[in-house]
Write a protein that binds this ligand. Structure first.
Ligand SMILES: NC(=O)C1=CN([C@@H]2O[C@H](COP(=O)(O)OP(=O)(O)OC[C@H]3O[C@@H](n4cnc5c(N)ncnc54)[C@H](O)[C@@H]3O)[C@@H](O)[C@H]2O)C=CC1
Ligand SMILES: O=C(O)[C@@H]1CCC=N1
Length: 264
């Protein structure tokens, strides 16, 4: 086995999907544990990977271990497996608030520790993942790890102090974007557009706008100005968004998410 996942729900399966698609590891090089029979069956059926109910089996079988359970279960999982961990293991935490130092302390021995902050667009190969690692991870070791995150989208290596910011603008933000898409589509439906078509318009518009920011390198405000004709329709919408505190609402939402990350 090349890599093991303890827990495999939304985020674990999104990451494994990318790893398999890019051929980083094959199905029989990935072992996944899950508490529930249903979860194991889902991983077997959708991903074709090896599954087990035993978290220790994952640690005994693979040297790179991703902790893909909810943050609340990190401590009990590390308690459960710490006797199977060795100095040759690399553990990868993907939960907000679980720092490199905390993970190493709970693992109970000096070992290589990495943090990812991925997001669910990994499922379609368009993830945005932040990565940081402790000093035991060599440059070559980090390069191997980055091949994994690159398989499901873009990666940025960042200092650990920025992980909560990355959690807000990367990990959590798809939820806010989906809310924005849903709200735009609702408005189009209220104007008479069929629901399915409204989702297509809203989603493709978000995708295209994001692509413009990435590909032109132009300031988002500049790109916004390009859309706003004098005395036109768009600027009326901009006025309404400003009146309703759109930017401030987004600012506060990401700040709340980042602050929560610091407390977990
Ligand atoms: N969902 C998201 O958008 C993102 C999630 N994350 C982080 O990823 C981690 C996983 O989140 P999700 O995939 O959303 O959760 P999830 O609930 O979809 O998946 C967790 C899986 O772990 C299994 N599990 C629970 N306790 C277990 C145990 N003791 N041993 C083995 N398996 C166990 C559950 O049955 C479930 O299938 C969390 O720490 C979360 O903070 C990070 C970035 C984005
Ligand atoms: O809400 C959460 O805890 C996870 C972390 C980042 C996105 N989802």
């Amino acid at each position: 086995m090349k890599i093991g996942f303890i827990g495999c729900g939304n985020m674990g399966s999104a990451m494994i999907g990318g790893i398999l698609r890019q051929g980083i590891f094959s199905k029989d090089e990935i072992i996944v544990s899950n508490l529930t029979e249903e979860g194991r069956e889902r991983s077997k059926k959708n991903l074709g990977v090896v599954t087990t109910p035993d978290n220790n089996e994952v640690v005994r079988s693979a040297k790179t271990i991703v902790l893909a359970v909810k943050p609340q279960f990190y401590e009990e999982v590390l308690d459960e497996v710490h006797n199977s961990l060795t100095a040759d293991h690399t553990i990868i935490g993907i939960a907000p608030g679980k720092t490199l130092a905390w993970l190493e302390e709970k693992a109970g021995l000096p070992l290589k520790v990495v943090r990812f902050m991925p997001n669910t667009p990994a499922q379609v190969g368009e993830g945005m993942t932040a990565v940081c690692a402790n000093e035991r991870v060599s440059k070559e070791g980090l390069d191997e790890i980055l091949k994994i995150t690159d398989s499901f989208g873009c990666t940025e290596v960042i200092p650990e102090r920025l992980m909560d910011a990355a959690g807000a603008v990367g990990g959590c933000a798809p939820a806010y974007v989906f809310m924005f898409i849903e709200a735009m589509a609702d408005a189009a439906v209220s104007q008479g557009m069929p629901r399915k078509q409204a989702y297509k318009f809203a989603s493709q518009t978000v995708l295209g706008s994001a692509k413009m920011v990435l590909e032109t390198g132009r300031h988002p405000g500049d790109l916004k100005d390009m859309v706003c004709s004098p005395a036109g329709t768009t600027i009326e919408g901009v006025r309404t968004l400003e009146k309703n505190g759109f930017r401030s609402a987004v600012f506060e939402a990401l700040t709340a998410a980042a602050e929560k990350g610091k407390k977990l």
